[in-house]
Design a protein around this ligand. Structure first.
Ligand SMILES: [Mn+2]
Length: 422
């Protein structure tokens, strides 16, 4: 991603800030896994969106004064001993080049700079009275992050006269509407995802374990140019496919099973999120095909229905009503409300730097959003779970299916499988 993307994102945020205000964003920190091992570092996505930097313990400040926006990065200095163990951190020049921030300084200046921004001992018109923080919440017990701690330990404790404003919703609003560069990266992820799906399907056979199918996908993603997984691959055969976030992937594939896989590659943090279903034997049974085609019909009709101006409630109702009709035809239900036994999630979500990209649901569906369309029917008593998930870009009067190249029709799946069956 070019630095202009990050510069432009900072300008867009700056326009939403009050005059004489400061925004402070943290890149995140390493989290201990066990003993001297850490979890792989995952950068704060709002920080990344404003800087393009992917490293722990960096701070970005944006100071808005008389409609001028000054960005400063605070980075850690390289320690020559540590460099021999873990390699170089960003130099000032590298951080400046990636982010387009001209002022890059070492982190030891941060506290002094803060005091200068908030110092009101001699009244100056540019004294900062409002500070924006990325106060993301989580329902996890004990959850904390650098911004929440900064709000408590620095702002409340040392600068109680300064008003803290939550920038999180502002960031979510900016991230919801995708730029051309972001759309291109999602498309690039989908290309890799397509290759991985074809690798996984071509190797499928009874007697393998689900985790072996998972490995074919993951291997292809790694091979395809230093990409990552968007999330842990779900490979669920038979009844396992009725568990939405099944992650064990340790059952044996049987010839009469359908396999549902829900997976995606990510490229420079921009993800794809695709679900497909295929028969281990290479041939759908009549019943499997009936269920599959019902879900496929809903998938296609939802994509045809999508356009800017719809509310999420309308979109969800449209999908649920169609799935309900099909459930009657499949002999699954006798009353409308019984559908919740066979369909128990919502029709889609935003996609971007996160797989479930944060969303302001009140905005409804808007042009420039990338969302998933993923109807499903899960029939535990028959060991059949079908979900068909595409990724679509909302356009001015409808939507464009970004994953239309990924195999989806039963006839195509059967002929693809047949070329790999001996
Ligand atoms: Mn999804």
């Amino acid at each position: 991603m070019n630095q202009n993307f990050f510069i432009n994102n900072r300008i867009r945020l700056g326009k939403l800030m009050k005059d004489n205000s400061l925004a402070v964003f943290f890149s995140g920190r390493k989290i201990q896994k066990s003993a001297d091992q850490d979890f792989p570092f995952e950068v704060d996505k709002n920080f990344y969106y404003l800087t393009g930097l992917n490293q722990a313990n960096i701070v970005l400040t944006l100071f808005k004064k008389q409609n001028d926006l000054k960005a400063t990065l605070y980075i850690e200095e390289n320690d020559p001993i540590l460099v021999k163990w873990v390699g170089m951190k960003y130099t000032k020049e590298e951080a400046a080049l990636i982010s387009g921030v001209n002022q890059v300084v070492y982190a030891n200046l941060f506290d002094n700079h803060l005091f200068a921004y908030f110092n009101n001992s001699r009244y100056q018109s540019d004294c900062v009275r409002h500070v924006y923080l990325n106060l993301e919440r989580s329902s996890l017990p004990g959850y904390t992050n650098q911004a929440l701690e900064f709000a408590n330990l620095t702002m409340t404790a040392k600068y109680p006269e300064v008003t803290v404003i939550n920038a999180y919703e502002m960031m979510v609003g900016l991230r919801m509407i995708k730029s051309e560069e972001e759309i291109a990266l999602v498309k690039s992820s989908l290309k890799t995802t397509k290759k991985g799906i074809e690798s996984l399907m071509s190797h499928a056979q009874a007697g393998l374990y689900e985790y072996q199918l998972e490995a074919y996908f993951d291997w292809q993603v790694k091979c395809d140019g230093n990409r990552d997984l968007a999330f842990k691959t779900i490979a669920a055969s038979g009844k396992n496919a009725t568990i939405l976030h099944y992650e064990d992937n340790n059952s044996l594939l049987k010839n009469d099973n359908l396999v549902l896989f829900d997976l995606g590659a990510r490229t420079e943090f921009y993800v794809s999120d695709i679900t497909r279903v295929f028969p281990v034997s290479g041939k759908f049974t009549a019943r499997q095909k009936a269920v599959y085609d019902a879900v496929l019909d809903v998938n296609k009709r939802c994509i045809a229905y999508l356009k800017p101006g719809l509310s999420w409630a309308e979109f969800n109702k449209f999908a649920k009503d169609l799935l309900t009709q099909h459930a009657y035809e499949l002999g699954l239900i006798k009353e409308d409300q019984e559908i919740s036994k066979y369909y128990y999630h919502s029709i889609g979500h935003s996609l971007g730097l996160d797989t479930h990209d944060p969303t302001l649901y009140d905005w409804g569906i808007k042009e420039g959003m990338i969302i998933t369309v993923e109807p499903g029917l899960y029939i535990e008593e028959e060991g059949i779970g079908v979900r068909i998930e595409d990724n679509v870009l909302i356009t001015d009067e409808g939507c464009e299916n970004l994953s239309s190249e990924i195999i989806k029709e039963t006839a195509d799946i059967e002929s693809f499988m047949a070329t790999y069956k001996k």
